[in-house]
Design a protein around this ligand. Structure first.
Ligand SMILES: *Cc1c(COP(=O)(O)O)cnc(C)c1O
Length: 389
């Protein structure tokens, strides 16, 4: 079993794993939906929380799910973790469990998250406030008005805006509120929000944690006290992950560190090449010294990530022409996998927004977001250069 004092790679491999009766080094897939008990008293011990055990898979009480959750908690040095059937499943349960006093979203967020916060949760009577990064100063007044949860992504999609987690945590805690960070773009390899003062961390495990574009899952990590109320929402929203997915995710997590470090290295090199390219107007990447968020990123991240956004010299049609000429990068709206992907925010993630709203958030037609995979860096650079030629 992995422990807190071990390095992240060791925890990724060993946390939550234990030899089973046959000597399997990894937890098998228990496709089982319900589990039998030797006695009513033993069943009650699990139902009433006195003993950990398997009971019913939708509750998450299945060894394949529970062992994965030990590994997920270890990734963020958290006391507890819950696995979900998707990243948005994790966020829905988080908002319902901890958002009663109101939710402030700071900066841009994933499309589905925005739909929940702007439209769906307010219809249930949950008040939400959506602030741009440059409106961070309004946080104090809103918190004074009693909002109980602040949610942010860092780095954000697609402009890679960086928020100072430690500084924001201080403001949030001064008002007795909670800070939840969607750390999907960074992954636990590059950023550890709980160590910086955040209360909860959420991941779309569909991205770097899964890493192969072959599974959909989510994760929420935090203290036992803060995770406990989320459990009931996951149970009754029915968003626990399938055991098959959990085994696949545990398999992927064993190589998380080497994957992400290589993606960091490749993305940095691509950013440095493209920033000098005559057909590129801007490269948004936290690892570039003159990127606005670079200083904060360098202080709170141990790597700058595999995501960058380039802005070609031209409009959405010009950017589409470049994307269409890419051969290795596939045109697809996800990220974090072994294969490199390219997507235009205006055609996918931010397609539904008005022109004005895109302007407000700094999203332009010429932008192409790149998710750098694990192909040879030289091949990726060559692909981008031929597409831009
Ligand atoms: C993809 C994504 C989500 C949603 O995750 P799903 O697994 O698709 O539900 C949430 N936040 C971020 C930053 C994402 O990239």
């Amino acid at each position: 079993m992995g422990t807190k004092t071990q390095g992240l790679s060791t925890r990724c491999i060993h946390a939550g794993e234990g030899r089973d009766a046959h000597g399997s080094p990894h937890t098998p897939i228990y496709t089982t939906t319900t589990f039998a008990f030797p006695s009513t008293a033993a069943l009650l011990d699990v139902v009433e929380g006195r003993a950990a055990g398997s009971l019913y898979t939708r509750y998450g009480f299945n060894p394949t799910i529970q062992h994965l959750e030990v590994k997920l908690a270890a990734l963020e040095n958290a006391e507890a973790a819950l696995a979900f059937g998707s990243g948005i499943g994790a966020e829905s349960a988080l908002f319902l469990a901890h958002g009663q006093r109101g939710i402030i979203c700071l900066g841009d967020a994933y499309g589905g998250t925005m739909e929940l916060l702007a439209d769906q949760l307010p219809k249930l009577g949950i008040r939400t406030a959506l602030l741009l990064g440059r409106e961070t100063a309004r946080l104090d007044a809103l918190l004074a008005d009693g909002y109980g949860l602040v949610f942010l992504e860092t780095p954000t999609n697609p402009v890679l805006e960086i928020f100072d987690i430690a500084a924001i945590a201080q403001t949030v805690h001064a008002h007795g509120a909670l800070l939840a960070v969607d750390s999907t773009f960074a992954s636990p390899v590059n950023q550890q929000p709980l160590g910086l003062g955040a209360d909860l961390v959420v991941h779309s495990a569909t991205k770097y944690l899964g890493g192969h574009s072959d599974l959909t899952a989510g994760a929420l990590m935090g203290s036992k006290d803060l995770i406990a109320p989320v459990f009931g929402w996951r149970k009754n929203l029915g968003t626990a992950p399938a055991p098959e997915t959990c085994a696949l995710l545990a398999r992927s997590l064993r190589t998380l560190v080497v994957r992400v470090r290589q993606q960091n290295t490749s993305a940095q090199r691509i950013a440095e090449v493209l920033v000098r390219h005559p057909r590129i107007r801007r490269v948004l990447y936290p690892g570039l010294p003159d990127f606005p968020g670079h200083r904060v990123a360098a202080s709170q991240m141990s790597g700058f990530g595999g995501m960058l956004t380039i802005e070609v010299d031209g409009d959405a049609t010009a950017a589409a022409a470049v994307a269409d000429r890419l051969r290795l990068f596939a045109i697809a709206p996800s990220l974090g996998g072994v294969e490199s992907l390219a997507t235009q925010p205006v055609t996918t993630t931010h397609h539904g927004l008005s022109e004005d709203e895109r302007d407000r958030r700094g999203i332009t037609g010429g932008m192409i977001r790149l998710s750098v995979g694990l192909e040879d860096t030289d091949d990726l650079v060559a692909d981008l250069e031929q597409a831009l030629a």
